[in-house]
Design a protein around this ligand. Structure first.
Ligand code: ADP
Ligand code: MG
Length: 708
């Protein structure tokens, strides 16, 4: 094979002193030795031979065998990167980032140089990049700029078993281009054994199996169903810690909130355990966690201590954490579901599938015999769990994908080569939505608006809001709002002992009951006025969730922090706002591409609200006599989320960003609306009768009168 110049020569740039080089050389040698111990190493040459011989290969191998980190390096060492980049797609952002970091370390190069990653709104690659880890969604977007992926020599669709929406669409696209690009190699890699299906789809592509090492795993079930799986998980962690031999614990939770809760409670409870019990190191992992803290989960556990990793189903197959001996599986995960009839999408906590349960259990038997504690009964397992998770394409809103496919020139969606076709009702709904947003004309062809919308890596409703801002001459404000909406829901922090202060700070941004969208704009603009000050974020309780986690990890008292930690903390605190600023910069660049001028119209709030409505007119709600809201089309009872600035005001008409189902169906990010706007902005969708406002007097006193 062709020997790599990079592995041979390049040193990271900041090497100046001799000691540094030595330490790094040792680390590199150790990492190179470690690479050789992975199960895949024995099959390196055989695998490369197969890649040479066949254009498409399906690779199956147990999690941790080295598929993700090693195969791209093997391809590089064999000279494929001389002909074009190697892409490796991941369903999750955290996995793309963390794996890229690991591989850059193994190759002894700086992350973002030869090895990089690309996730939405964050491109950590350069001219030099030859191995590129990326989310599947990002590769999908690359087709827009490079329909034949000419700059790539190999595409590895990794974690194919996850069957995310983007992965499924990628299947169709890469299969298509492989026909006229015989030089392009395709690797479809999966952690589960149902590879036949992939092979069939890719015209009977050969299956390459990497036998994993797997030790026996003892499965324990609960005798009766658990009423509270969070509590049960915590108790189980503590029981293992106190009674079981050394070995780390992996707990599967459904999301960041659960992880934070368990983290907090475990910290609290272990404090009382005394010095006789060994240390329990708690390592949460989720997408918003700063990279340097993510790295912590991979660090070896110190002698005498035990690590407990709190993860979502990212740890099922995407990330491998060494040293896990005990797995706690409450049996749930968050699953997106979509009702094409109402167009409502919700993220709900659902039971996992049998396939998932087995993957989870397997995580405990990688380095030795393991134990898996299922917090459900064996009857539940046998009778209640589905065999496999339904692929995302069959349970999601397809508007985004349809817009992408249309802009790739793929018009006949019904006959697109889907591995599993989406329900035709969902396809139809997506076409309807895009038509209502004027992205498609009545013949289903992309309009100029649609073409512009497709340039933005955002949900079509958000893209439409941005494109519409041109008309209302408030693009400056609208892209700030879009950026703030894109960083998620944890902008405001509310420490338990400072709730009043935090609430006051938050309400300041809502002065005049401007609504949540404008409040987000106020946050962004105020921060900008302070010249992006860190201190300002701190004083206004903005995005401290991450800091909180750091404090927990450092296990120190929240309000007595050392100066060095303080500076580190403040750095993390603005991360979220900085991200909004990064996103905003990128959106600004895209505005130039679609030739929309950036202009500001800060005084005319109605203009801004109209632009929002232009994108989100589907999401309108009207106050009912009983104080609840009904969505205007497809009537459904909903409520304003308590975190909204309008929760107490309850205006008569509102437009909302999204619905979230927790205890009730809540509208999150809510802004007041004049009903006539709906007819003015979306005459093809709303008629006057929809927004008929009679019956006003019967509304509860004090509500429905917020100043517009
Ligand atoms: P697979 O894709 O087959 O599941 P990977 O290539 O992800 O396997 O992992 C191989 C090994 O690399 C793992 O056993 C783990 O020890 C190591 N590894 C992977 N990612 C990281 C990381 N970010 N930090 C440290 N070690 C890692
Ligand atoms: Mg992998």
């Amino acid at each position: 094979f062709v020997k790599s110049s990079i592995i041979e020569g390049t040193q990271p740039e900041d090497d100046s002193d001799q000691e540094g080089i030595d330490a790094k050389a040792i680390l590199k040698r150790e990492l190179q030795d470690e690479r050789k111990t992975l199960p895949i190493y024995k099959f390196r040459d055989e695998l490369l031979k197969a890649v040479e011989e066949y254009q498409v290969i399906v690779i199956v191998g147990e999690t941790g065998s080295g598929k993700t980190t090693q195969i791209p390096q093997y391809l590089h060492e064999a000279g494929y990167t001389a002909k074009g980049k190697v892409a490796c797609t991941q369903p999750r952002r955290v996995a793309a980032m963390s794996v890229a970091a690991r591989v850059s370390q193994e190759m002894g190069v700086k992350l973002g140089h030869e090895v990089g990653y690309s996730i939405r709104f964050e491109d950590c690659t350069s001219e030099k990049t030859i191995i590129k880890y990326m989310t599947d969604g990002m590769l999908l977007r690359e087709f827009l700029g490079e329909p034949d992926l000419a700059s790539y020599s190999v595409v590895m669709v990794d974690e194919a078993h996850e069957r995310t929406l983007s992965t499924d669409i990628l299947f169709g696209l890469v299969k298509d281009i492989s026909r006229f690009r015989p030089d392009l190699k395709l690797l479809i890699s999966s952690a589960t054994l149902d590879a036949e299906k992939f092979s069939d789809y890719f015209d009977s592509a050969p299956i390459f199996k990497i036998p994993g090492r797997r030790y026996p795993v003892e499965i324990h079930y609960t005798k009766a169903p658990e009423a509270d799986y969070i509590d049960a998980a915590i108790v189980t962690v503590l029981q293992i810690h106190v009674t079981q031999p050394p070995g780390d614990i992996l707990v599967f939770l459904t999301g960041q909130e659960e992880i934070e809760t368990v983290d907090e409670i475990l910290k609290h409870r272990t404090r009382g355990l005394g010095t006789k019990i060994s240390e329990l190191i708690i390592c949460p992992i989720y997408a918003n966690l700063p990279t340097e803290l993510q790295a912590k989960i991979f660090e070896a556990t110190p002698e005498g201590a035990r690590k407990v990793v709190l993860a979502t189903n990212i740890a099922e197959t995407s990330l491998t954490i060494d040293g896990i001996k005990y797995v706690i599986d409450p049996g749930f995960c968050k699953i997106k579901s979509y009702n094409p009839r109402t167009g409502m999408e919700s993220l709900l906590i659902n039971p996992i599938s049998k396939a998932s349960a087995n993957q989870r259990a397997g995580r405990s038997g990688r380095t030795g015999p393991g134990k898996c504690f299922r917090l459900y009964t064996s009857y539940n397992y046998m009778h209640d769990l589905e065999d496999n998770t339904v692929p995302e394409i069959q349970r999601t809103n397809l508007a985004n994908v349809v817009l992408t496919l249309k802009s790739l020139g793929i018009h006949d969606l019904v006959n697109f080569d889907f591995m599993d076709p989406p329900p035709s009702e969902a396809l139809l709904k997506a076409l309807e939505l895009l038509f209502a947003l004027s992205a498609l004309n009545s013949r289903g062809e992309l309009t100029k608006t649609g073409r512009r919308m497709a340039e933005f890596p955002l949900d079509p409703m958000l893209s439409k809001m941005i494109v519409a801002s041109e008309k209302y001459k408030c693009s400056d404000e609208v892209i700030s709002i879009a950026s703030m909406l894109s960083i998620g829901n944890s902008i405001f922090y509310r420490p338990k002992d400072k709730q009043v202060h935090a609430d006051n700070a938050r309400l300041n941004f809502h002065t005049g009951n401007v609504g949540d969208h404008i409040a987000l704009l106020n946050v962004y603009n105020s921060w900008k006025e302070t010249d992006y000050s860190t201190q300002w974020c701190y004083e206004n309780y903005i995005q401290m969730t991450i800091v909180h986690t750091l404090l927990d990890v450092a296990s120190i008292d929240e309000w007595s922090i050392s100066p060095s930690l303080m500076s580190r903390m403040t750095f993390l605190m603005v991360r979220s706002m900085k991200r909004a600023r990064d996103i905003r910069d990128q959106l600004e660049g895209l505005m130039e591409r679609v030739e929309i001028e950036i202009c500001s119209n800060a005084i005319d709030l109605d203009a801004i609200k109209k632009a929002i409505t232009s994108g989100f007119f589907h999401h309108s709600g009207r106050l009912q006599r009983d104080g609840t809201y009904k969505t205007v089309k497809n009537p459904q009872t909903v409520h304003i989320h308590p975190s909204s600035g309008l929760a107490e005001i309850r205006p008569r008409w509102v437009v909302y960003h999204e619905l979230v189902l927790t205890t009730k169906e809540f509208m999150r990010q809510v802004t007041e609306l004049k009903p006539e706007w709906l007819v003015e902005i979306a005459p093809h969708y709303y008629q006057l009768k929809d927004v008929d406002d009679s019956g006003t007097k019967k509304l509860p006193k004090g509500h429905g009168r917020a100043a517009l």
